[in-house]
Design a protein around this ligand. Structure first.
Ligand code: HMG
Ligand code: MG
Length: 308
């Protein structure tokens, strides 16, 4: 039964990360053709923002070393109006992405020093300095820029992360000129009160809710509760990964991202529009799970694909 909830947005934009955040952690390299079909299927299921790949150093993320081969195979998807953001850490990455016609990029910072060092080989401030010319050049070219911020709630090496520490880096990313910010609970330790406290402090410091997306991992089973808390605060952009694929190669305790199917089930139940066909999406995750050789961890995928 669909119950229209009060004080919630009528529509949510899902930022699908399965093809990038989901696959980047897979040990076995997925063939480029399978990745291309994955993105086509996600688009056919109604997703309108599909993060496609990363233009990072291939030694750091071997799974996405085929970005140059993959991106041109998605030209029809981008041509049909689907946004295909790609991760870009530095100017070298930006050069590679724009050469292929990417119109949306994402830089990815960290709220903690340890993760910045492990993920980008830089301190937090050195990472911001690395992003500065990337964002400036992207803005000159009218390329949309997302700023990811990882470890917004807790960090596997540093423990709980204070709100003021997150707000400082979030503001710095916005000051560089990012169009939107994605708050990452990279290891899935957030709880709803913490989510609302961070959002309130960001607003207090001048970062509007309209510029904020949320990126939850389901390690402690809190991803949907945290999402609902963010929606109640007014957030309308939610990151999720088809079938719950993914972790993070540089944060070992990170388990899967919030599964897109679990998110869609909750949103549709609340009467919130997503434009996503849950049947097609579930079929896509079942198909991808077969390619990866293990079942999807998503409860919704399991429930909807259960055969007598
Ligand atoms: P570095 O070793 O410090 O690089 O790595 P460098 O700047 O010293 O350059 C060394 C060599 O790499 C040079 O080549 C560069 O040209 C080359 P050489 O001159 O020696 O022949 N190089 C590149 N090649 C291709 N593409 C590039 C590139 N950049 C340099 N873009 C670097 C620094 C940032 C490159 C590296 O640390 C890196 O690639 N890191 C990416 C790690 C990554 O992708 N992690 C996962 C994504 S973040 C995440 O998952 C969190 C998120 O999902 C949200 C959440 O859940 O919290 C977003
Ligand atoms: Mg993630």
């Amino acid at each position: 039964m669909e119950v229209l909830a009060q004080d919630l947005p009528p529509r949510v934009r899902i930022h699908e990360v399965g093809a990038r955040d989901g696959l980047q952690n897979e040990k076995t390299v997925v063939p480029t053709e399978v990745k291309a079909e994955f993105v086509h299927r996600l688009a056919a299921a109604g997703l309108t923002t599909i993060e496609a790949t990363s233009f990072v150093h291939p030694k750091w993320v071997p799974q996405l070393a085929d970005a140059e081969q993959l991106f041109p195979q998605l030209e029809d998807v981008q041509g049909a109006g689907v946004a295909l953001p790609v991760l870009v850490p530095n100017e070298r990455g930006l050069d590679r992405a724009v050469a292929l016609g990417a119109r949306r990029i994402a830089v990815f910072g960290s709220a903690t020093e340890t993760f910045a060092r492990r993920n980008l080989n830089r301190t937090v401030d050195e990472s911001l300095a690395m992003f500065e010319p990337v964002v400036a050049r992207a803005k000159d070219d009218k390329v949309h820029v997302r700023g990811y911020l990882s470890m917004c709630f807790g960090d596997p090496w540093e423990g709980p992360v204070p709100v003021h520490q997150v707000v400082r880096v979030a503001k710095a990313l916005m000051d560089l000129g990012c169009d939107e910010l994605s708050l990452g609970d990279t290891i899935g330790v957030a709880t709803p009160g913490h989510v609302q406290a961070l959002l309130a402090q960001l607003n207090e410091e001048g970062v509007p809710t309209s510029a904020i997306g949320v990126h939850f991992h389901d390690t402690y089973g809190q991803a949907l509760a945290n999402t609902l808390a963010a929606l109640q605060h007014g957030v309308t952009t939610v990151d999720a990964s088809a079938g719950g694929l993914g972790g993070c190669p540089y944060a070992k305790s990170a388990t899967g991202n919030l599964a897109t199917e679990d998110l869609v089930w909750m949103l549709h139940g609340l009467g919130i529009e997503t434009g996503v066909d849950l049947g097609l999406l579930t079929a896509t995750s079942v198909w991808m799970a077969e390619r990866l050789g293990r079942p999807s961890p998503s409860r919704t995928v399991r429930a909807l694909s259960h055969k007598e």
